[in-house]
Write a protein that binds this ligand. Sequence first.
Ligand SMILES: [Zn+2]
Ligand SMILES: [Zn+2]
Length: 347
Amino acid sequence: MSKEKMKVALLYGIKNLKIEETDIPEVGPGEVLVKIKAATTCGTDLKIFQRGYVSGIIELPTVFGHEWAGEVVEVGSGVSWPEIGMRIRAGNSAPCLRCVMCRKGNYNLCEDMLWLWGAYAEYIKVPKRTIMVNAQEIPPHVSFEEAALTEPLACVLHGISKAGVNVGDNVVILGAGPIGFLHMLCARKLGAGKIIMVDKVDERLDYASKLGADVTINAGKCDVVSKVKELTNGYGADLVIEAIGLPATWEQALKMVRRGGTVLEFGGCPPGTEIKVSTELLHYGEVRVLGTFHATPADFKKALDLIASGTINVKPLITRKMRLEEISKAFELLMTSKKDLKIAIIP
Ligand SMILES: [Zn+2]
Ligand SMILES: [Zn+2]
């Protein structure tokens, strides 16, 4: 196996992505080699494509892509699970279970996290720790594309469960991208009342209406804060979720929450940025503001279970399928397309 070659997408710099042939990785003790059947694009990958680097991995060219599912083709010595031929997915993170954060149960904040990149390739070698703590078999009726969406759904589950949705809550979601859509689908299942989606692209808002939003607001055409107030009898929403990742919208979210409500600042902002928060809002208004990051292995498991049970239907989020050879085109498309949410890359 080790002498055979595989195709892999290598990032050389800003928007400079090339398909090259490299050796199929050799599998060591405890490791598993998976033939990737589908990898989905993600906002994080798009950022990496546009910025030309991966934080934590500094050497260029580099592999990237982190949402995938595939079939086990080789297992190292000592591997009792999975078996060759099994359809599996694995998370892009595997906590150490030993550090202070892990011992406190904050597995997503592990200080010795093992990250896994390289989904845009024909094969991926999955480390022993990832197999041990963050991998699952994919039920036969779940497609590889759907299973690849386990990661973003896990992150959304982590955030929205921390924020909490009560039955009948009015929820505002800022940003109708894949993450905003997943928040919308989860909020609906959790019993949200009115779900208000906000974006600047009408096509995305129309799609949000189709998939379950009660009201949509085009942020480019009206004042979002006063519109939300108007839709909530002047009070503001019970829960506001920011799914864009800009300090301006983080601050805007604080202005449309009701007293006693919650703001989930979900979208990751550029490094070094800050926001202003009114002390009165927190004190007299008892507004709860929280940020969440990534997901725990338990969230990943729950995410795949919810996809498998049909509770969360992720299929409509995959708006296109493209070959691995077309990956540059896929990212160029995502930069301009008004309709695409996630593209499944098929090696
Ligand atoms: Zn992702
Ligand atoms: Zn740890």
